[in-house]
Design a protein around this ligand. Structure first.
Ligand SMILES: Nc1nc2c(ncn2[C@@H]2O[C@H](COP(=O)(O)OP(=O)(O)O)[C@@H](O)[C@H]2O)c(=O)[nH]1
Ligand SMILES: [Mg+2]
Length: 247
C-alpha cells in the first residue's frame, strides 16, 4: 500500500460517519401514484420546481421522472406512475414497488374531480360523474395499495404514504370533510380500504398521512387564494422532508 493510500485509509477509518454520509446522500425516491387526471404531473412539477418547459398531456403513458433539489444535500427523486391501466403502468408499478423500491409514496386523489383524458379525434364522450369517479378512485387505490402492502411486508425498512387530496380549490369549504373521507379510521368507503392496507402492512412499518393541496388558486374563478394554495403545497413539502428525516 502506498503512503497516500495508507493515509487515506486512516482518514476514512477515523471518520466513519463521513463515509456513511456520502453513501446516504442519495436522494429518497418517491412514487407518485393515482388515476389519470387527478393532478399527479402538476403536483410533481410544483414540488420539484421544474416543469422543464414542457406541459405534459393529461394521462401520460410513460413514467415521468423529476428531481427536487432543496438547499444543502436534501432532495427527492419523483417517479410519476402512469394512471391508465396499460402495460406501461404495470411496468412502472413493478419498477417503483419491486425493482427499485421507493422510500415513500404520494398517492394522489381528487375527490372525484379527475380530469378526463382527451381522446384524439373525438369531442369526448360523456364525462364520468363524480360518483363514478369516486368509485374509480377506489378501484385505482386497490391496485396501488396491494403493491404497497407487498413491498412493506418484504422490507425491514419502514415506508411512508401520503394520501394527497388535490384540487382542494374546487371544494375549499368542505376540506375537513373530504380529508376525513380519505383518512384511516374514518369509516368511509375509502377510509376502510386504507385501514385494510394498514392492517396488512403493519402499523409500525407504514406511516400514513392525508394532506390536501391545490396547485391552482388565486384566479377570479378560484375559491382558494393563491396564498392559501401555496401554503398547502409548502405544508406537503415540509412533511415530505420530515418523513425522509431531512429535518
Ligand atoms: N382546479 C384544479 N385543477 C387541477 C389541479 N391540479 C391539476 N389540475 C388540472 O387537472 C388536470 C390533470 O392534471 P395532471 O397533472 O395532468 O394529472 P395527471 O394525469 O394525474 O398527471 C389538468 O388539466 C390540470 O390543470 C388543482 O389543484 N386544481
Ligand atoms: Mg400526468
Amino acid at each position: 500500500m502506498t503512503r497516500s493510500h495508507e493515509s487515506l485509509r486512516r482518514r476514512l477509518a477515523a471518520t466513519p460517519e463521513r463515509v456513511g454520509h456520502v453513501v446516504r446522500r442519495r436522494f429518497p425516491i418517491v412514487a407518485v401514484t393515482g388515476m389519470t387526471g387527478v393532478g399527479k404531473t402538476q403536483l410533481t412539477d410544483r414540488l420539484s420546481g421544474s416543469p422543464d418547459g414542457t406541459v405534459a398531456e393529461v394521462g401520460s403513458a410513460v413514467m415521468e421522472r423529476r428531481t427536487r433539489r432543496s438547499s444543502g444535500l436534501r432532495g427527492f427523486r419523483f417517479r410519476v406512475v402512469p394512471g391508465d391501466n396499460a402495460a406501461t403502468r404495470l411496468g412502472a408499478l413493478d419498477e417503483v414497488f419491486h425493482d427499485e423500491p421507493v422510500d415513500g409514496v404520494l398517492h394522489v386523489v381528487a375527490n372525484g374531480f379527475a380530469t378526463a383524458r382527451r381522446t384524439a379525434g373525438t369531442s369526448g364522450g360523456a364525462d364520468a360523474s363524480r360518483e363514478e369517479q369516486l368509485v374509480q378512485e377506489l378501484e385505482d387505490w386497490a391496485i396501488t395499495s396491494h403493491r404497497i402492502a407487498s413491498m412493506a411486508v418484504r422490507r425491514e425498512k419502514p415506508i411512508w404514504l401520503v394520501i394527497v387530496v388535490t384540487k382542494a380549490d374546487l371544494f375549499a369549504d368542505e376540506l375537513d370533510e373530504v380529508v376525513r373521507y380519505y383518512s384511516p379510521g374514518s369509516g368511509s368507503a375509502f377510509g376502510n380500504r386504507v385501514d385494510e392496507l394498514r392492517a396488512l402492512a403493519g402499523g409500525a412499518k407504514l406511516s400514513i398521512d392525508v394532506l390536501p393541496v391545490s396547485t391552482q388558486g388565486g384566479d377570479r374563478k378560484s375559491a382558494m387564494s393563491a396564498k392559501r394554495s401555496a401554503q398547502l403545497v409548502d405544508a406537503l413539502a415540509t412533511r415530505l422532508e420530515q418523513l425522509s428525516g431531512h429535518r
